[in-house]
Unconditional design. Structure first.
Length: 175
């Protein structure tokens, strides 16, 4: 019995390490495509005039003051919190600098909860620099590590200067 147990323990430890590694390599969430922010929405009243303006707040995160567009976004979040995001064409959609990115830095936030309280798992909030054409790449680890499973994933690309969101990822549905 003692010999069997002595042999079984290393095998169990190896199996646990294997499964932990496999779990870390699994995707927690994937995103393909992006949506630029429209900071406000309004609802017309009976006379067809806008009677109220509502800020486009997503799970507690404020929008910026201007419309932003994004051409392409792909992201993968692993169960261990590793995140890789590739974005192209994140540019202003209005104002005097329409059509360009003007030196902003961005970071990624994953939110898994559909209702408050929300846990915001962020890449390095110092962010990465957008190119003049709005391209960026994030390769980081989210903090805090998001809980698995992630039942209602929302990925926001945010302004490092003030935390407002510029774009959201479109969740990739399982095949």
């Amino acid at each position: 019995m003692k010999t069997t147990l002595t042999r079984a323990i290393p095998a169990l430890l190896l199996a646990a390490a294997c499964c932990t590694t496999a779990m870390a390599a699994q995707n927690l969430a994937e995103f393909k495509g992006g949506i630029g922010v429209i900071p406000v929405s309004s609802a017309p009243g009976p006379d067809l005039t806008a009677t109220s303006v509502t800020r486009n707040i997503v799970r507690g995160v404020q929008p910026p003051g201007q419309i932003w567009l994004i051409d392409k976004l792909e992201a993968r979040v692993r169960a261990d919190g590793r995140i890789k995001v590739e974005g192209e064409g994140l540019i202003l959609g209005g104002g005097n600098s329409v059509g360009i990115a003007t030196g902003q830095r961005v970071f990624a936030t994953l939110i898994c909860e559909a209702a408050a309280p929300f846990v915001l798992s962020n890449s390095d909030v110092a962010g990465v620099l957008l190119t003049a054409s709005g391209d960026f790449s994030i390769d980081d680890v989210l903090s805090p590590t998001p809980a698995a499973p992630c039942p209602s994933p929302v990925l926001l690309i945010r302004n490092a200067a003030n935390g407002s969101w510029f774009a959201a990822g479109i969740p990739k549905l399982p095949d």
